[in-house]
Ligand binder design. Structure first.
Ligand SMILES: Cc1cc2nc3c(=O)[nH]c(=O)nc-3n(C[C@H](O)[C@H](O)[C@H](O)COP(=O)(O)OP(=O)(O)OC[C@H]3O[C@@H](n4cnc5c(N)ncnc54)[C@H](O)[C@@H]3O)c2cc1C
Length: 413
């Protein structure tokens, strides 16, 4: 598709995190000219758990096949991950592989890498004749008019047909469109890198520790390459306020005093101070497009409310944004009527899982229920296989909502 003469480019993408870069790759594949702006120069850090789930692999395979192979071959920066360990409030541990058939997979279902590395790789992959890049340039103002858009930055102005805001939770435009921070649908998160933590899995299992004082939320320990570990704590913001939790004190207390976890940090060395960032959760549906504007990733509040996973959802939303933009350009129609098809695609794909995760997040408020499931899982291999299958299949996860599921467990059926 040719560059349109009256604007700098048809599409202006604000932010080059996972959402912005995925969208850029998707648009380049469709030969659509676009501008990609980020306030940072890359590589740059982003506070995150650094876990790249199967959804990241899924989205990348759809927008740019071959990138996942590069990730899988990069053993120095990307650690393959084969499963997840849940530790219940009663300290019972459930190790659940991501796949029921490991031999079937030539690559691991997930990976763990610092965002410095992952986001740089993503930015590297956006380089194309269709993408004009402005990094180290801050977006200062946006204007959405009847017949075009204008983006003002610290380095100049750009005109286009449509803005796609991928600026994460800092997006002021998203707030203008009503995608606001709501403590019941928002999580506070802390991260600290360590090295030399004992007892890490050989198969890159990520660990979620559900601890009574920080429910609904969890403490995580995610293995990384080079004997480094991403350690963090996330908790629902409304519960942080209600229970008057000082998250940083709680984090340090767990590392230093928790009867099981603290022992694993005996020889560990912190590599940085504790850092915090917010997680806008996708536990309610929102309008994520408007006239000549779309929101992807954290700017659209799409993080999984149970697992805290947002990278994969950001990338999936960006993939759909590219598809809808292609249609809008083909018809020279950037009205909300055309663009709201994007909302439908995103929620048709993600809502069943987001809804389920919201319910699981609510259930985690009842530690006895979690303990009960963990006790059963600990004893029964059959049940563990069922949990793995549930990981692979959202429909199976619906069983968690059904009281008969617990009755059957109780009766050991
Ligand atoms: C503590 C914590 C742990 C997490 N752990 C995980 C995890 O393990 N796995 C997972 O999948 N998700 C995790 N998440 C969620 C994940 O980090 C986000 O969902 C993901 O980064 C969203 O990607 P994005 O592209 O939408 O936004 P971002 O990654 O936030 O990218 C936004 C980009 O916009 C740029 N930007 C912002 N403002 C401007 C401006 N004015 N001008 C120009 N550029 C601008 C920023 O520099 C940035 O590069 C975690 C989040 C937190 C806070």
């Amino acid at each position: 598709m040719d560059r349109q003469s009256k604007t700098d480019a048809p599409v202006i993408i604000l932010g080059a995190g996972p959402a912005g870069t995925t969208l850029s790759m998707g648009l380049s594949a469709k030969k659509i000219h676009h501008i990609l702006i980020d306030q940072s120069e890359f590589p740059r850090d982003k506070i995150c758990g650094d876990a790249l789930s199967g959804k990241v692999v899924y989205a990348l395979n759809r927008v740019k096949p071959g990138v996942v192979d590069r990730i899988a071959e990069d053993n120095e920066r990307f650690l393959p991950s084969w499963g997840i360990s849940f530790v219940a409030p009663n300290k019972r541990r459930l190790d659940i592989p991501f796949t029921t058939d490991k031999l079937k997979h030539k690559q691991a279902p997930g990976f763990i890498a610092t965002r410095t590395h992952f986001d740089s790789l993503m930015v590297e992959e956006t380089k194309s004749d269709y993408c004009s890049q402005y990094f180290g340039v801050k977006v200062t103002n946006t204007a959405i008019m009847k017949d075009g858009v204008l983006v003002e930055t610290s380095a100049g102005k750009h005109t286009g047909e449509i803005i796609v805001d991928c600026r994460g939770m800092q997006s002021s435009l998203a707030r203008d469109y009503g995608i606001e921070m709501d403590r019941d649908h928002y999580c506070a998160g802390l991260r600290q890198y360590f090295e030399n933590v004992d007892g890490m899995s050989d198969e890159g299992y990520i660990e979620l520790h559900f601890i009574n004082d920080v429910l609904p939320g969890y403490f995580w320990i995610f293995p990384m390459t080079g004997n480094r570990v991403n350690v963090g704590l996330g908790m629902l913001s409304s519960s942080v306020s209600k229970k008057k939790v000082n998250l940083k004190e709680e984090f340090n207390r767990i590392v230093k005093e928790h009867p099981v976890i603290s022992k694993r940090f005996k020889h560990a060395k912190a590599l940085e101070t504790v850092k915090g960032w917010g997680l806008p959760l996708g536990s309610i549906k929102r309008e994520i497009s408007g006239h000549r504007v779309m929101f992807c990733g954290d700017a659209a509040s799409l993080i999984d409310p149970f697992t805290g996973e947002g990278i994969g959802n950001a990338m999936i939303s960006a993939k759909y944004a590219a598809d809808v933009i292609e249609e809008a350009i083909a018809h020279h129609d950037y009205s909300h009527d055309v663009l709201k098809v994007y909302d439908n695609h995103v929620y048709n794909h993600l809502w069943p899982e987001l809804k389920m995760s919201h319910q699981l997040q609510k259930m985690v408020r009842f530690p006895w229920l979690f303990n009960f499931v963990a006790n059963k899982g600990h004893k029964s291999n059959e049940f563990k296989t069922l949990l793995t299958a549930m990981f692979e299949n959202v429909d199976l996860r619906k069983k968690f909502r059904n009281p008969r599921f617990y009755l059957r467990l109780l009766l050991n059926k």
